[in-house]
Design a protein around this ligand. Structure first.
Ligand code: SF4
Ligand code: FES
Length: 250
């Protein structure tokens, strides 16, 4: 298929960016979206031009690196799918495709389609972990019985890949879905009890410090999330936050 690509080009964080147009042909429906960009970059390099910078790693939907806006939607037109798992058969021959980076105060553009998502790392450092006794009498995690319903909910929350689509698609640039998934995966399990009184407080405080906006329950985050993380996690995080706030006042 032949396509016209309209791609955001920006040399660096301080430079002004703009959309540039690239015609491309010979694209197969079975190619992934990133393979299509690989073809474009090969062409650009052969023409002596600067290739388009974009993030990727696993290319199998698990690392969350391949974050970009495609035709105005985070990760493109197919629901529950990362950009690397999106195939060109989802587009029509002759189509014009707009490709842009996440645009959110919490994710400054590094170059072209790449953004800096280290704010998420700092939120995790603030509380997205469990303390484990390593003195020689550690209990095997699998030896602790957990209700199936809780295990399933914790697993669903843990499928968050930290891509940032929730932030990018929120009109407030809120990171509540991401943070709530990370709080929930630990809050639902006994292993998460050690930091229960501080986790939600510390992670939410860090989220605020990073400049992410507030949640106003529009739900775009969950709709655009490639892992379809449920808004139920935000409600759980709010409960964890409230009970941690009360405990910290005692
Ligand atoms: S909640 Fe969904 S959209 Fe947000 S970072 Fe996790 S996987 Fe990505
Ligand atoms: S490259 Fe890892 S999720 Fe897409």
């Amino acid at each position: 298929m032949d396509l016209t690509l309209k791609i955001w080009r920006q040399k660096g964080p301080e430079q002004k960016g703009q959309i540039e147009t690239y015609p491309i042909s010979g694209i197969e429906g079975d190619m992934s979206f990133l393979e299509m960009i690989d073809v474009l970059n090969n062409n650009l390099v052969n023409e002596g031009k600067e290739p388009v910078a974009f993030d990727h790693d696993c290319r199998e939907g698990i690392c969350g690196m391949c974050s970009m806006y495609i035709n105005g939607r985070a990760h493109g037109p197919v629901q529950g799918t990362t950009t690397c798992q999106l195939h060109m058969r989802s587009f029509k021959d002759g189509e014009t495709i707009y490709i842009e980076p996440w645009k959110s105060a919490g994710f400054p553009v590094v170059k072209d389609l790449m953004v800096d998502r280290s704010a998420f790392d700092r939120v995790i450092q603030a509380g997205g972990y469990v303390s484990v006794n390593t003195s020689g009498n550690t209990i095997d995690a699998n030896a602790i019985p957990i209700e199936k319903a809780d295990a399933d909910k914790a697993f669903d929350a843990a499928t968050c890949i930290g891509c940032g689509a929730c932030v990018a698609s929120c009109k407030n640039g809120s990171a509540m879905l991401f943070v709530s998934a990370k709080v929930s995966q630990l809050a639902l399990l006994p292993q998460g009890d050690v930091e229960r009184k501080t986790r939600a407080l510390n992670m939410v405080n860090q989220m605020d410090e990073e400049g992410f906006g507030n949640c106003t329950n529009t739900g775009a985050c969950s709709v655009e999330c490639p892992k379809e993380i449920s808004l139920e996690n935000i409600a759980r995080m709010n409960r964890e936050y409230l009970s941690a706030s009360i405990s910290s006042e005692k």
